[in-house]
Write a protein that binds this ligand. Structure first.
Ligand code: AMP
Ligand code: MG
Length: 500
C-alpha cells in the first residue's frame, strides 16, 4: 500500500504550474522569436526519467496525466508558457557559419526544481521555427533516443550536462536518407546560452545586445562576478575554466562530442546538443565518432585543443566588453592550466594514486600508449585495472585478456605495482577510489542501437533498462554484466553522422 498522504499529493506541482515564461524571454525582442510547437500526429510516450519527475516535484504518475504527452510533444502548450526560439550564430568545423539559432529546439519556459533553482525546459524536434533554415524542425527517433540516454548517462558519470525529462514519439515520418519516424526530447538545463549566442551579436556589430547578453549571463549565472573590476574578463575566465574542466572529464571517460562547433558550446560548461557523439571503445586517440567529420577536426585527441579554440572564439566576441587584448588573453590563458590540473587529478584517481610523484605522468602516458598499440577497450581496461591486487594474482587475467602484447602489459604492471608500493597503497581504498572513477557501464553505440531497433518496433523496454543501468555507471550491478562487455562484431559497422 502506498504511504502517500493527501498532503503529499497536494504538494506536487501541477502540470499547468510547472512552466513559467523564461527569464530569457525578458531580453530585448531581437534575441528570440515567439513560436508555437507544431503538433505531431498521435504521439506516445517512449521514455521517462523519473529522477526528473521527482526533481520537478511532479507526481510519480504524471505521465498518466491526460495532458502530459501532448505538453511534451508540443501538441498543446500550458497557459502560462510563452515558447520561444532563440537566435545564435557560430563557427561550424572552424568556419564562420553566420546565423543559426534554435532551428528545431524551442524553449517552453522556466521551471523550478526541488532546490528552487530555475531551469529552462526545451523541446527538441517540435517543428520549424524562424531559424530552421532548410530544415524541417524535426528530430528522428534514433537521435532522440541517443540524446535522451546519453544526457542521463553523462549525469550518472558525474559530468556536467543538460538533462532529459522524457521522450515522446509519433509514427509521422520525416525524410532523412530514408524516411524515419519523429520524436521529441524534453530536455532541461539552467541555460542553453551558447558561445555562438555571443558571437552572433559581435559579428552583427550590435554592441548593445552583446552587452545585454553578457549582463544577463552575469546576473543569472555568475552573480558573484558582478562586483569585480572587470566582470566580463572574469566571465571569460570562468567559462574558459569550466570548458577546460569539462573536456578533461570527457577525455577521462572517452566521451567524444562529435560536433564541437561554437554553437554547441554551453556558456555554463555543460555538455549540450547530443548528436553523433560516441564513447571510446577500442582505444585509438585518433578516433572520429562523427562520420561526417572527414578531417577529424573533432577526433578524440583533438577535443582539448578544440575546446581552447572555441574559448578563443568566445574571447573574440567578448573583447569589446573586456576592453583590452592583454586582459582577454590573460583570461584565455587559464584554459591550459585548468585543463592540465583537472586532467592530472582525474588520472591520479583513475590510477588510484593518493599522492603525486615525479614520474607519474610518464607512467600514465605509457599505459595510454599500451591501450593505443593494443586497441584495448578503454572502459574495460581501466575498470579491470581498478580490480587488480597490489601483488600479481589471478585478478590480472581479465585485464591481460584485453591486450595482445601481454609482455608489454606485464612490464607496465610491474612498474605500476612498484609505484603503488612506493606510497604503501592501501589496496581496498585504492579499489574504491578507482572504481568510483572508472565506470563499468558507458553508452556503447551498440547498446543504443539495440534500444533503437527495439523502439522502432514499438518495444521501449530497452530504453528504460539502459537508463536505469547508466544512472549508476560506477556500481557493479552484477545482474547487468552483459551490458559491460566488449561490443559484438556487428557493432564495428555502426556509423553515426550529423544527419539526425
Ligand atoms: P546541430 O548540428 O544539431 O547543432 O545543428 C546546427 C544548426 O542546424 C542549429 O541551428 C540547428 O537548430 C539546425 N538544425 C539541425 N537540424 C535541423 C532540422 N532538422 N530542422 C531545422 N533546423 C535544424
Ligand atoms: Mg546544436
Amino acid at each position: 500500500m502506498s504511504n502517500t498522504t493527501l498532503n503529499d499529493v497536494n504538494s506536487h506541482t501541477d502540470l499547468d504550474d510547472l512552466i513559467h515564461p523564461s527569464r530569457f524571454s525578458s531580453l530585448p525582442k531581437d534575441f528570440f522569436a515567439p513560436v508555437s510547437p507544431t503538433p505531431l500526429s498521435k504521439p506516445y510516450l517512449i521514455g521517462i526519467n523519473q529522477d526528473a519527475v521527482t526533481e520537478f516535484n511532479l507526481s510519480d504518475s504524471i505521465h498518466d496525466h491526460p495532458d502530459f504527452i501532448a505538453r511534451f510533444t508540443g501538441n498543446s502548450v500550458s497557459k502560462k508558457a510563452i515558447p520561444i526560439a532563440s537566435v545564435y550564430s557560430g563557427h561550424q568545423f572552424g568556419v564562420w557559419a553566420g546565423q543559426l539559432g534554435d532551428g528545431r529546439a524551442l524553449l517552453l519556459g522556466d521551471a523550478l526544481n526541488q532546490e528552487r533553482q530555475t531551469v529552462e525546459i526545451q523541446l527538441k524536434g517540435a517543428g520549424i521555427t524562424p531559424f530552421s533554415r532548410m530544415g524541417d524542425g524535426r528530430a528522428v527517433l534514433r537521435s532522440s533516443i541517443r540524446e535522451f540516454l546519453c544526457s542521463e548517462a553523462m549525469f550518472g558519470l558525474g559530468i556536467p550536462t543538460s538533462r532529459a525529462l522524457c521522450i515522446t514519439g509519433s509514427d509521422q515520418y520525416v525524410m532523412r536518407e530514408t524516411p524515419e519516424t519523429s520524436a521529441v526530447v524534453a530536455r532541461y538545463a539552467p541555460s542553453f546560452i551558447r558561445f555562438g549566442s555571443f558571437e552572433h551579436w559581435y559579428y552583427n556589430q550590435r554592441p548593445d545586445e552583446l552587452k545585454a547578453l553578457a549582463d544577463f549571463t552575469l546576473t543569472h549565472y555568475y552573480p558573484e562576478l558582478q562586483g569585480l573590476a572587470n566582470p566580463y574578463k572574469a566571465l571569460l575566465t570562468q567559462v574558459t575554466e569550466k570548458t577546460a574542466k569539462l573536456i578533461a572529464q570527457w577525455q577521462s571517460v572517452g566521451f567524444m562530442h562529435g560536433v564541437m562547433n561554437t554553437d554547441n558550446m554551453s556558456i555554463l560548461g555543460l555538455t549540450i546538443d547530443y548528436g553523433p557523439f560516441g564513447f571510446m571503445e577500442a582505444y585509438d586517440m585518433n578516433h572520429i565518432c562523427n562520420h561526417s567529420d572527414h578531417q577529424g577536426r573533432y577526433a578524440y585527441h583533438m577535443q582539448p585543443t578544440i575546446g581552447h579554440w572555441n574559448c578563443h572564439a568566445l574571447a573574440q566576441a567578448l573583447l569589446p566588453l573586456i576592453g583590452s587584448i592583454e586582459e582577454t588573453q590573460e583570461a584565455l590563458n587559464s584554459y591550459k592550466v585548468s585543463y592540465e590540473t583537472q586532467w592530472e587529478l582525474l588520472l591520479q584517481q583513475k590510477f588510484g594514486l593518493s599522492e603525486h610523484q615525479d614520474h607519474d605522468l610518464d607512467l600514465f602516458e605509457s599505459f595510454f600508449q599500451l591501450l593505443q598499440a593494443n586497441h584495448a577497450d578503454m572502459t574495460l581496461s581501466f575498470r579491470y585495472l581498478s580490480k587488480i591486487n597490489n601483488q600479481m594474482s589471478a585478478n590480472d587475467e581479465a585485464l591481460r585478456d584485453l591486450f595482445i602484447d601481454r609482455n608489454a602489459l606485464n612490464e607496465w604492471l610491474k612498474l605500476y605495482r612498484d609505484r603503488l608500493m612506493s606510497e604503501n597503497s592501501d589496496e581496498k581504498k585504492r579499489h574504491q577510489i578507482m572504481q568510483a572513477r572508472n565506470p563499468k557501464y558507458i553508452l556503447r553505440n551498440y547498446l543504443a542501437q539495440i534500444a533503437i531497433e527495439k523502439a522502432q518496433k514499438k518495444d521501449f523496454s530497452e530504453i528504460a533498462k539502459l537508463l536505469a543501468i547508466l544512472k549508476n555507471p560506477y556500481l557493479e550491478q552484477d545482474e547487468y554484466d552483459d551490458y559491460a562487455q566488449l561490443p559484438p562484431d556487428w557493432a564495428k559497422n555502426l556509423e553515426v553522422s550529423c544527419s539526425s
